[in-house]
Ligand binder design. Structure first.
Ligand code: HEM
Length: 294
């Protein structure tokens, strides 16, 4: 919160006030500057773009069986000592993101995706390294041959006149980042909760962890940071997360598999947190299973 106040940004907190702000016609997601990102626009253009992304996300609903089996195999194969970020959350969130887009994503891609965090407005913002990563991924995806899935669907929507050139260039990265970053942070934090305190439902965990702590809006008096930590982990209103069903299914599959791995007891060490003002997550947390557990 200090971070926002330091920049003169008003903070709205408390569930009711935040719900009102998220539904307010006075507050827009569009900072000006004409970004083609679905996250940074409002009105008819947002509705059109969001409809295309929603159709794409429906392609992994219900959760595809081969994807479920792949996640279960990855988690069951964790060794006797593993990092909840690198070895658990990253491969799971990476596999789901890859399925959403319909392209394989390697570690270099995921590194750049993490570096783009909150800097998806290539034409604005101030983090040059984040912008460079977003730009690089946009170029890479524009040249990637794609099978059935989100990238092909975005290209088809462009060919049908539903997206313009700029929207086609940026939104594959926006979709990849949306599907990856919050899930990565959620899964690692939820894994830590599981290791320290035992099982809880995914809905309870996502509300308590709230991986996206704030969303930014722009009003007549300047920018406003709306807190989601009072019980709105997927936001609300026009921009509410269209992937929440996928995120919950992914969490249920991965955390159920992790609970089996942790069933014999474990200890946790080397816990380090990220320091981003919006995206709440772990940098690292090493779980070591009780001896003889595997
Ligand atoms: C635990 C995991 C997740 C959390 C906590 C989360 C949270 C959010 C939040 C709070 C927003 C609203 C942003 C705003 O109002 O400005 C959002 C938007 C979005 N999310 Fe998620 N999300 C998660 C996973 C996913 C997944 C798995 C997908 C795709 C399969 C996805 C796709 C999107 C998209 C496309 C948007 C932009 C919607 C728009 O601007 O209209 N998210 N997410």
């Amino acid at each position: 919160m200090d971070e926002f106040e330091r920049h003169g940004i008003e903070v709205v907190s408390g569930r009711d006030a935040c719900a009102r702000a998220l539904r307010s016609p006075e507050l827009t997601s569009d900072p000006g500057g004409g970004s083609p990102s679905v996250l940074l626009r409002d009105g008819a253009e947002h509705t059109r773009l969001r409809a295309v992304l929603r159709e794409i996300i429906a392609g992994v609903e219900p959760f595809p069986e081969p994807l479920r089996a792949g996640i279960e195999t990855t988690v069951a194969g964790l060794g006797t000592s593993f990092d909840l970020v690198r070895d658990f959350a990253r491969p799971v969130a990476g596999a789901v993101t890859s399925a959403v887009l319909g392209v394989p994503l390697d570690d270099v891609f995921l590194d750049h995706l993490e570096a783009t965090t909150a800097n998806l407005d290539v034409s604005g913002g101030t983090d040059r390294a984040g912008q460079a990563s977003a730009f690089r991924l946009a170029v890479q995806l524009s040249r990637t041959p794609a099978g059935p899935g989100g990238l092909t669907a975005l290209r088809e929507a462009h060919a049908a006149g539903r997206l313009d050139d700029d929207e086609l260039a940026l939104n594959p990265v926006v979709l990849a980042h949306a599907a990856y970053e919050n899930s990565l942070n959620f899964l690692a934090c939820a894994g830590l909760e599981l290791a320290n305190s035992g099982p809880r439902s995914v809905r309870e965990l996502v509300t308590a962890i709230c991986p996206a702590r704030y969303v930014l809006r722009f009003g007549p008096d300047g920018p406003v940071a709306i807190s989601l930590a009072g019980g709105l982990p997927f936001g609300l209103g026009r921009h509410a997360c269209p992937g929440s069903g996928v995120a919950v299914a992914e969490g249920e599959i991965a955390l159920t598999a992790l609970a089996k791995v942790l069933a014999g007891g474990c200890r946790v060490g080397e816990v380090r947190w990220k320091t981003h003002p919006v995206f709440h997550g772990l940098e690292k947390a090493v779980v070591t299973l009780a001896s003889g557990n595997r």
